[in-house]
Every structure is written in C-alpha cells, then in structure tokens.
Design a protein. Structure first.
Length: 162
C-alpha cells in the first residue's frame, strides 16, 4: 500500500545522526520533536539504504526508534545519478574519500529531489562552507540546491499568540 503524504509536506532527507540524536542530551529535544512532526505528517521523510545500513550497526534503542518511524518514510535508492554526484563532490574536495559516505548522503538527498536535508554532522555536512560547495556542484551538475540544516532549524515551534 502506498504511503500518503500531504501535498504541502516538505521532502526532507534525514541522515543517521538524526535518529541517534534522540539519545544524545545535546540533540535529544530537537531530534525528538522533528520525528514527532514526521509522525504528524508535517514533513515527508526520505531516507536511504545507506541510513538503513548505518542504523543496523547502531545501538538497539536507535534501531527500535528507527523501526517505529520507518513505515512513514520514503526509501530513496542509491542511483547511478547519486553516485555520480557523490563523485563530483569528492573531486571538488568538499570532503575527502575517508568521508565519502557523508557525501553520499547529500548526493542521495539531492538526486531524490529533497528540498532539505537534516543532520547533526557539523564537520562534513551542516557547515556553512560545505553547504555552499555542495550546492555549487548540484547546480553545475543540473540539480537544485538543497537546504542543509539541523533538525532544530526546521521543526515547527509552538506559534505565539500576538
């Protein structure tokens, strides 16, 4: 049975750090609220086989959390287009080959047409100079730019009454 998402829901790719973030005191509140909003169809959550693979190596509580959210997600495949985009990121030296998996997360999200990617990876993904470089390569290669943020930056906070 096909999943149904509201038409206005933003397509957001979440990397593995978002799930693990629920169990990190520094990131728990924002990660939990983000996933709660996914459950309420505020966001159309996209993940990939790469996320699934990394989750399979995570602690059991992270795996259990992922399993509770997985039915609500879209699985974006690792396509040849994503692999080519990853190669372009590596050739541009956005990250070294050692961190190729991080580049692949961004490539999958971009190739899948996500408007936003969320992550807690400040070194290789959510960093102002990396974001600009990822988007420069995306544009050069014919893809749209992608917003790269932390969950804290995309969650909807309670609206204040004026």
């Amino acid at each position: 049975m096909a999943k149904s998402f509201p038409k206005k829901a933003i397509r957001i790719y979440a990397d593995t750090s978002v799930f693990g973030g629920v169990f990190d005191p520094e990131f728990a509140a924002a990660s939990s609220l983000f996933l709660d909003q996914v459950k309420k169809n505020r966001f159309h959550l996209v993940i990939s086989p790469l996320v699934e693979e990394e989750i399979s190596e995570a602690p059991r509580r992270v795996q259990a959390l992922y399993q509770s959210v997985a039915p609500l997600t879209e699985l974006a495949p690792v396509t040849e287009a994503a692999a080519r985009l990853q190669t372009a990121y590596l050739r541009a030296r956005i990250v070294s080959r050692k961190w190729a998996r991080d580049a692949l997360h961004v490539a999958i999200a971009s190739a899948a047409g996500c408007q936003i990617m969320v992550s807690w990876n400040f070194r290789h993904i959510v960093h102002y100079d990396k974001i600009a470089l990822y988007n420069a390569i995306n544009i050069r290669e014919g893809y749209s730019s992608i917003g790269i943020h932390t969950p804290q930056e995309v969650i909807e906070y309670e609206k204040e009454k004026v």
